[in-house]
Design a protein around this ligand. Structure first.
Ligand code: ATP
Ligand code: MG
Length: 150
């Protein structure tokens, strides 16, 4: 199935726009033209990006921004969900994509969740032949990156 990334971004931003607004979180998208087209699975991509945006909106405080971005680089498409939220301590990063793993910080305990979202992101990214990774600095924010074959 031919998937247009701009279309996927619009759907995902539509799903979270109100939740973000209520929390005074900016939700933006940045697509380096031309909008990447992928031979992929639209539903899986929606699920991957929804889980990442859901986390960003859930764990970031008011005043943060969340940006979805997409760029084609040679044979690859790079999708990213970047936030200016609390960040994740480096010691948690190796286990972050494991099932049921949650960062034991006050904020994430308060908001609740099962710790499955990121394991699903990893599973689906790999099912699409891609890879997910994270870059994060405590107190500065997090960027989740999904790289897929164009
Ligand atoms: P679920 O997604 O199943 O509702 P969850 O959000 O706790 O539960 P994951 O989505 O797998 O589970 O995320 C795992 C943990 O990673 C979270 O509990 C949270 O501590 C941390 N985390 C994920 N995304 C972010 C983010 N953008 N900023 C800060 N912490 C994050
Ligand atoms: Mg989650």
């Amino acid at each position: 199935e031919r998937v247009d990334i701009a279309g996927v971004f619009n759907i995902v931003v539509g799903l979270f726009r109100e939740r973000a607004e209520r929390k005074q979180i900016r939700l933006d998208m940045r697509i380096v033209p031309p909008s990447p087209q992928l031979q992929s699975d639209q539903r899986a991509l929606e699920q991957i990006l929804s889980n990442l945006v859901e986390n960003a909106v859930k764990y970031c405080p008011a005043g943060s921004s969340v940006t979805l971005s997409a760029e084609t680089k040679g044979d690859f498409v790079r999708l990213a969900v970047e936030d200016t939220g609390p960040g994740i301590d480096e010691k948690h990063l190796p286990r972050l994509f494991e099932r049921f793993y949650r960062v034991d910080a006050g904020r994430s305990r308060e908001v609740g969740g099962t710790g499955l979202g990121l394991s699903i992101v990893k599973h689906l990214s790999e099912a699409l032949g891609g890879k997910v990774s994270v870059e994060s600095r405590l107190g500065q924010g997090s960027t989740f990156i999904v790289v897929l074959r164009a």
